[in-house]
Design a protein around this ligand. Structure first.
Ligand SMILES: [Zn+2]
Length: 158
């Protein structure tokens, strides 16, 4: 069987919004996707080329399964995740705009970390550390806070 692409999988499921590789599968998502994307990359001052899917955890598991991932991940209490094996970010919580931005910054940072030498061994080592002590998590939280502050500051300025 030919391996499906994310686009093929999503086309089959249907989505409410799409913009440059970002997809909204939930009708409760009330934000404008292209404005959101522009604001995210403006704050980060960089573009990260990775698909983002806004959906619930159940859909994320189904999409990953359609892409050939057999193991179901556990998403307890998480508002988003970067699923490294299939290179897709899933965002599960999007009611509050600041929280949404923070989650996106956080998950995109995990993608950026792959290109940063000091994290090259951290991904493996972090598997054996409790969540709060993982270097990649500490860095991602720090980065997300920094970007969110920048966003809020830009609102005050204008
Ligand atoms: Zn994280």
């Amino acid at each position: 069987m030919m391996k499906k692409t994310l686009r093929e999988v999503l086309d089959k499921r249907g989505f409410f919004q799409e913009y440059n590789n970002w997809y909204v599968l939930e009708d409760s998502f009330s934000w404008n996707l292209d404005i959101l994307q522009r604001e995210v990359f403006q704050c980060m001052e960089t573009f990260v080329d990775v698909p983002i899917v806004f959906c619930d955890t159940c859909d994320a598991n189904k999409i990953a399964a359609d892409l050939g991932q057999e193991e179901a991940e556990i998403f307890l209490f998480s508002s988003g995740m970067y699923w490294r094996e299939i290179r897709v970010i899933f965002i599960f919580s999007f009611n509050d705009y600041y929280e949404l931005l923070q989650t996106i910054f956080h998950e995109l940072r995990h993608v950026m970390q792959e290109e940063i030498t000091e994290f090259s061994t951290a991904f493996e080592e972090d598997k054996y550390r409790p969540y709060s002590e993982r270097l990649t998590e500490i860095d991602a939280f720090h980065y997300a806070d920094y970007c969110l502050r920048k966003f809020i500051f830009s609102l005050v300025e204008n």
